[in-house]
Write a protein that binds this ligand. Structure first.
Ligand SMILES: [Zn+2]
Length: 325
């Protein structure tokens, strides 16, 4: 098994794996290679019956679909070293499949525990630990184009999971969050993350968001309520009056409620029965203190500092424009 060869086959750049050992790399590749609609498949060529049986067992325990016939979209083709059907090999190399030899297949798929979340380069520490997510390596460095999810729009957006970048408006609002922070993912990135990268071993809250395709808004706050063991999360943005409230039950299963922070009402009057007064008081704390702060800043400006404040603001804009150019 040659490490450089593996990196080449999976399109992973050397820089990416500098901080990771071979054990990390093989476990990463077993669980996080590009998947079509969440599934990976494998085809074995050139092995005898008994050997195929043994390899099938490894494949099944790695959640690989075993294929008997070649098609372009098979994820992996594992080829025995004395297999000499050149026409087939040429076809495999042209298609989308990753061609592995036996030692590479065993290196990646032989029993491995998923222990990658112990590595902070892959799963970075965050002030709110629940929103950190594993960071895809460069085997996810490709552009995807998607049509806008909105029925009225005919726009298309390009996005890239490795760079964690998208062209949509939602991404722009949160693009300053670093990689590995769930708030950075717009709904397009979130969808690709779920289906192609397939994160595993997530906490209840992150799992809820990802499996239900709910991206986070700009700000996230959390607090505990009553006897509930798991926190309540509130996700909101200054651009919208509607807020998402993620409310747990006693087992850590979350439900999302819509709440209008200006009108102080729940969407469709759907609210977490039994906790409403306490929840309302927490929400008032968040949104009323914010409103007061905004008013205070405004009144300060009105007391004669407006002129000075405005010219500083104009100066900042000019400086940023120059540095941008
Ligand atoms: Zn997007």
């Amino acid at each position: 098994m040659n490490k450089e060869e593996i990196l080449k086959k999976f399109n992973i750049t050397k820089n990416d794996v500098e901080n990771f050992d071979l054990d990390f790399l093989s476990t990463y590749l077993k669980f996080h290679h590009k998947k079509e609609y969440g599934k990976s498949s494998i085809l074995f060529w050139g092995f005898d019956k008994k050997e195929v049986q043994r390899l099938n067992e490894i494949a099944i325990s790695s959640a690989l679909d075993i294929k008997k016939r070649y098609s372009e979209n098979i994820t992996f083709i594992c080829v025995n070293k004395d297999f000499n059907d050149d026409a087939k090999l040429a076809k495999a190399k042209k298609g989308n499949s990753i061609v592995l030899d036996l030692s590479e297949f065993e290196f990646i798929f032989k029993n491995r525990e998923y222990n990658l979340l112990e590595n902070t380069d892959f799963f970075p520490k965050k002030e709110i630990s629940e929103i950190r997510i594993p960071i895809p390596l460069s085997n996810f460095n490709y552009e995807i184009e998607t049509e806008s999810y909105s029925a009225e729009s005919d726009k298309t957006y390009k996005y890239n999971l490795y760079k964690q970048q998208c062209e949509c408006k939602e991404f722009k609002e949160n693009s300053d969050y670093e990689k590995g922070d769930l708030r950075r993912l717009c709904k397009h990135l979130l969808y690709e993350y779920k289906n192609s990268f397939k994160p595993i071993n997530l906490n209840y809250f992150t799992l809820f968001l990802i499996s239900n395709d709910i991206s986070l808004k700009r700000y996230l706050e959390y607090f505990s309520i009553g006897e509930l063991e798991f926190p309540v999360y509130v996700s909101y943005s200054n651009l919208y009056d509607w807020v998402n409230i993620f409310f747990p039950n006693e087992n850590g299963k979350y439900k999302v409620y819509g709440y209008n922070k200006l009108e102080k009402r729940f969407s469709y009057n759907d609210k977490p029965i039994g906790y409403v007064p306490e929840l309302r008081s927490k929400l008032n704390q968040i949104f009323e203190s914010k409103r007061n702060k905004t008013n205070k800043t405004k009144s300060l400006n009105n007391k004669g500092k407006t002129g000075c404040g405005t010219s500083i603001l104009i100066l900042i804009i000019i400086v940023s424009l120059i540095s941008f150019l």
